[in-house]
Write a protein that binds this ligand. Structure first.
Ligand code: HEC
Length: 115
């Protein structure tokens, strides 16, 4: 029955290929979210904060984003971003972001934290 065992083997190979395709698209979705977060912080925050993995903040009192995790978990920022982040600093405007934007910003911030 050589043809039957070929079918079985082909079936296994096909489902393995599907698994790989699924993993790749999950990573791609996450990458897209991080990219979106990067665009949002570049547009809204980069004139004061350093938003990348290196470099100094243009505003000397604004902490570089890669150092935020030193002070508190990045996830804690999600609430502040959604409800209006207030730093207590008159220089920093109040921002309010929708839930998808918040998720993107959080993913981005997590992706750049200094180890
Ligand atoms: C006009 C300048 C300016 C812009 C634009 C700005 N910030 Fe800030 N931000 C500051 C300054 C200055 C501080 C330091 C505040 C302090 O020490 O009280 C700060 C502090 C922070 C902190 C730390 C707060 C804390 O309690 O430690 C976070 C988080 C933060 N900013 C996030 C953001 C995000 C996210 C954006 C963009 C959506 C943004 N900032 C845009 C000036 C700015």
């Amino acid at each position: 029955m050589p043809s039957r065992s070929f079918a079985v083997r082909f079936g296994i190979a096909a489902s393995a290929a599907l698994l790989v395709a699924g993993a790749v698209s999950a990573n791609a979705a996450e990458k897209t979210l991080i990219d979106k977060g990067e665009v949002l912080v570049r547009e809204n925050c980069s004139r004061c904060h350093a938003i990348g993995k290196e470099g100094d903040s243009p505003h000397k009192e604004a902490p570089p984003f890669r150092t935020l995790a030193k002070n508190y978990p990045i996830e804690d920022l999600a609430e502040s971003l959604a409800e209006g982040i207030v730093s207590g600093h008159p220089d920093m405007p109040i921002f309010v972001f929708g839930p998808h934007d918040v998720e993107a910003i959080i993913e981005y911030l997590q992706s750049i934290q200094a180890q």
